[in-house]
Design a protein around this ligand. Sequence first.
Ligand SMILES: Cc1ncc(C[n+]2csc(CCOP(=O)(O)OP(=O)(O)O)c2C)c(N)n1
Ligand SMILES: [Mg+2]
Length: 346
Amino acid sequence: MTVANEVTKEPAVRTKPSTDGQVERDRLRMMMLIRRFEEKTYQVYTQPGQKIGGFCHLYSGQEAIAVGIAAIFRHGTDALINGYRCHGHSLALGMSPHAAIAELFGKETGCSKGKGGSMHLFDAKAGNHGGHGIVGGHIPLGLGLAFAQQYKKSGGVTYCLFGDGAINQGTFNEALNMASLFKVPAIFIVENNGVAMGTQVERASAEKDLAKRGAGFAMPYYHVDGNDIDTVISEMTKAADRCKRGEGPSYIVADTFRFRGHSMSDPMKYRSKEEAEKAKLRDPITLYERRLRENGLLSEEQFEEMENSVAEEINEAFKQADEDAFPPLEARFEDILSEKYPYQPE
Ligand SMILES: Cc1ncc(C[n+]2csc(CCOP(=O)(O)OP(=O)(O)O)c2C)c(N)n1
Ligand SMILES: [Mg+2]
C-alpha cells in the first residue's frame, strides 16, 4: 500500500536518450498510462455511486507536455507548479496511480490524504508543488519557488504551468515582470488548448498570438508544438539550460488540444465535430507511437505488452483505492493550518 507523502519513489521517465529505445518506450508508456487513468476516471465519475466528489478536469490530449517536462525534470532539484488540470503532471513526475486516484476518491491513502481531491495533487518531496484551483493564482508561487532556488543557489529550475485563460490574470503580468527583472530560473509554460472553459482564445485575448504576450518581459517567448513530445523536450531543455546559466526565465506557449470537456459537466457544444476530428489526427500518443515504430524502436509485441500492463496497473490502482479507508473523523483538522508560525523555510 502506498503511504501518503511517500508517493514518489523514483523518476517515472528517465532522461538519458537510449540506443535500444527503452527510454522512448517509457515515455510512450507514461503518456498511455495518463490517458488510461483519465479515461477510467471519466468512466467512474459518470457512473452512479459518486465515488469522486468535486470538480474534475481531465488531461487527455495534452500528455506530451507533462511527459516531455518530466523527461528532463531533476527530482530533488527542480520544481513544478501547476493549475488544477494536474493529474498528468503528477503521474509523469512519478506519483503512483494509486496515490492519485485514492486522492480523487477522498481516501486517506491519497497523496494529500484525501483532503485535496482532483485539483490538489501534491508531492512536494518530489518537487511537485501541486495542483491549484484559482486560475493564475499559482503563477506568483512559481516565481517564489524560482526565487528560492536562486537565493539558495540550488541550481534548480521551476516549471510553472498554466492555461491560456490564466494569462489574462494580473498575476501573470506581475510574476513574469519580476521573474525577468530578478533573472530567476523559471520557465513559464502556457498549455494552450485554445479554450478557457467554453471561451475561445479569440474571444478573450486582444492579441491572438499568445506568444507575443511575452514581448513585454525581456525574456525569450515562443510557441512550441505541445503535441510533439520530442519538440517539447528539446525546447524545454534549451529554456532550462538558459536558467542554469543564470540568464533568467523563458515564456513558452505549448499549443495543444484537450479531447474532453473543461470539466465533467461540459458537453463541449462550443467545438465543432470537424475541429475535434482534425485534432484527433494530431493525438500526441499516436504521433509518438508512429514515430517509434518508423524508427524501429517499437514492435507490435512491445506495444501490446505496454497496453496490457498499463490497463492492469490502472485497474489495480482503482481497485485498491476503492477498498482503502476514508480519513478518520478525528483527522479532519490535521494539515489544515501550518503548525510552524511564523513559517521558517528549511
Ligand atoms: C480566478 C478564477 N476565476 C475563474 C475561475 C473559474 N474557472 C475555472 S477554470 C477556468 C478556465 C481556465 O482556462 P485555462 O486557463 O485556459 O485552462 P484549461 O482549463 O484550458 O486547462 C475558469 C474561468 C477560477 N477557478 N479562478
Ligand atoms: Mg485553456
